[in-house]
Structure formats: C-alpha cells, structure tokens
Design a protein around this ligand. Structure first.
Ligand code: SF4
Ligand code: F3S
Length: 104
C-alpha cells in the first residue's frame, strides 16, 4: 500500500485525490489518509503530492504510518475531489515532526 505521512499535516494540498483510481483517500481536519485495504498500489498519487508526503510501505519503517492510515480511514469521510489547500500549506510544508505538534 501507499500511505500519507507527516508532511501532509497542516498542508492538505489534495492533488492526490484527483488521480486515485479507487477513491481511497479519507479526509481529516488537517490531513488526508489512504485506506490501505483499498489502495491498489498503483503509485500514481506519490509524485502528485506537492509536499512529498506519500510513501510506499515498502520503503521501510512505515508500519506506524500504515496503522495510522488504517485507523483514520475507518473514521473519516471519503474525499472525492480536490479542494483548496489549507491556508497554512506553503508555510508549513517541510516543517519537522508535524504529527506531534500540528495534528488535529
Ligand atoms: Fe490511490 Fe494508487 Fe495512491 Fe493507492 S497508490 S492511494 S490506489 S493513487
Ligand atoms: Fe496531503 Fe499531499 Fe494529498 S499534502 S492531501 S498527501 S497532495
């Protein structure tokens, strides 16, 4: 599966949503997640993210993010169309450790 990781938080550009053939992105207040059960591993979303926040779980050390994506995909509503990024997006892109400081 592919997963959304830390740098999506407080950015949420949503370009990823437009390209997913199986509509498996789910929307929280300030980030998206992928449902690992629905993702077909096509990889097309990865290069579309301006914040470089999408990773293949095969890259290693992704267990935490696979669990995180699965947990919130079950709780949040599906998102089918791109929208405006968060107002903080460009400022927050690349800030370290956003899960601890910015996740909501
Ligand atoms: Fe969707 Fe493909 Fe990205 Fe999985 S890898 S979330 S199927 S676009
Ligand atoms: Fe997040 Fe990147 Fe999508 S910032 S909303 S994973 S395009």
């Amino acid at each position: 599966t592919y997963v959304v990781t830390d740098n999506c938080i407080a950015c949420k550009y949503t370009d990823c949503v437009e390209v997913c053939p199986v509509d498996c992105f789910y929307e929280g207040e300030n980030m998206l997640v992928i449902d690992p059960e629905e993702c077909i591993d096509c990889g097309v979303c990865e290069p579309e993210c301006p914040a470089d926040a999408i990773r293949a779980d095969t890259e290693g050390d992704m267990e935490k993010w696979v669990a995180f994506n699965a947990k919130y995909a079950a709780l949040w509503p599906v998102i089918l169309e791109a929208k405006e990024p968060l107002p903080s997006a460009d400022e927050m892109d690349g800030k370290p450790d956003k899960l601890a400081s910015q996740f909501s």
